[in-house]
Design a protein around this ligand. Structure first.
Ligand code: PLP
Length: 352
């Protein structure tokens, strides 16, 4: 079976973990600091704040922007649940805007329609590894005095007009879950150019502590371990190579599938799509999934329902989200990860 995701772990990761284990210093320390510095530099951002996972990275970034009770944050319903629940954890209300059917990303026009006097921030999600239209979204932010948080959990190394995700909003949040473009097992990081967001996020991560036993406010333990960070440092060094493999695999799939009349992923001019997922649209999806499986090809449905269709989130808007609802019925993600061989790619194409 050709799996839809496969973390790329080699001897270097084992050696890095072993060195940390032998050092006796297992929790947040030098390796976390090294990952923060190198990852921020990779994104072209000033600061990195490593945390336990991508959900914590979203939650802490929102808190550090001053988002809380009574505030509204506009985001997309075509995403993983954490994009919305991280807003709820702060006490704020998620407000869903519709997506662009070609890119699957949040539509700036729909965002503009959802802005109210209570709107405090916009959280675009760079879905599947393609940057949202950050130029238009940042313009809305400036016009209406809103903070912008990039949910970059699927978009390590993606870019728009030469700017890398993680450096385009007030802050960005990344995930290092094993299926993501690089991994630390579980892990996440916030990047920002804003000194105040950096300062607050570092305190929120560690019990609101400004100094030893000085608790400025109610904080969390959202720290990353040096064990996890040591994997991240090795993965980051391989990220460009892994990303280029994803992009090459995607190009090969697109060439093969276009010839068969499949609706392949759209990459607008000036964008670097890093293909966290390679997502096509199909009719009769269940049948396609079964036929692929019969041919040894795994696939995944991201996402089977818009977020507002779940009971947990049904209070936060359901009107005018038709593009998201339609996408949820048609999307199918095919394997595109760096571990695929040319034979694997041919098997996927031939299955169609
Ligand atoms: C993976 C993901 C998250 C959550 O990251 P975790 O590390 O699993 O907590 C949030 N948003 C999006 C878009 C994701 O893909």
């Amino acid at each position: 079976m050709i799996n839809v995701a496969s973390p790329q772990i080699g001897d270097d990761e084992f050696e890095a973990v072993k060195a940390v284990m032998q050092s006796g210093m297992l929790a947040q320390g030098k390796k976390v600091a090294e990952l923060e510095e190198k990852f921020a530099e990779y994104c072209g951002a000033k600061h990195g704040i490593a945390v336990g996972n991508g959900t914590q990275a979203l939650h802490l970034a929102l808190l550090s922007m001053g988002i809380g009770k009574g505030d509204e944050v506009i985001t997309t319903p075509f995403s993983f649940v954490a994009s919305a629940t991280s807003i709820l954890f702060t006490g704020a209300t998620p407000v869903f805007a519709d997506i662009d059917p070609k890119t699957f990303n949040i539509s700036p026009d729909s965002i503009a329609e959802k802005i109210t006097p209570r709107t405090k921030a916009i959280m675009p999600v760079h879905i599947f590894g393609l940057s949202a239209d950050m130029e238009k979204i940042n313009k809305l932010g400036v016009q209406h005095g809103l903070k912008i948080l990039e949910d970059s959990c699927q978009a390590h190394g993606a870019a728009m007009n030469g700017k890398t995700t993680g450096s385009m909003g007030d802050a960005a949040s990344f995930s290092f879950y094993p299926t993501k473009n690089m991994t630390t097992g579980e892990g996440g990081i916030i990047t920002t150019n804003d000194d105040e967001i950096n300062d607050l996020a570092k305190k929120f991560r560690n019990h609101g502590m400004a100094d030893r036993y000085v608790y400025e406010f109610l904080g969390y333990n959202f720290r990353m371990t040096d064990i996890a960070a040591s994997i991240g440092v090795v993965q980051l060094a391989k990220l460009e190579e892994m990303t280029k493999a994803r992009i090459a695999n995607a190009a090969y799939l697109t060439e093969g599938l276009k010839a068969k009349g499949i609706v392949t992923p759209y990459v607008p001019d000036g964008y670097r799509h890093v293909f966290h997922q390679y997502t096509i649209r199909v009719q009769d999806r269940d049948n396609v999934i079964q036929k692929l499986r019969d041919n040894g090809v795994g696939s995944g449905v991201y996402y089977p329902k818009s977020l507002h269709k779940f009971d947990l989130l049904s209070d936060y808007g359901s009107k005018g989200l038709d593009n998201s609802d339609k996408a949820a019925e048609e999307v199918l993600s095919l394997p595109v990860h760096p571990g695929l061989t040319k034979e694997d790619l041919d098997t996927i194409i031939n299955a169609f």
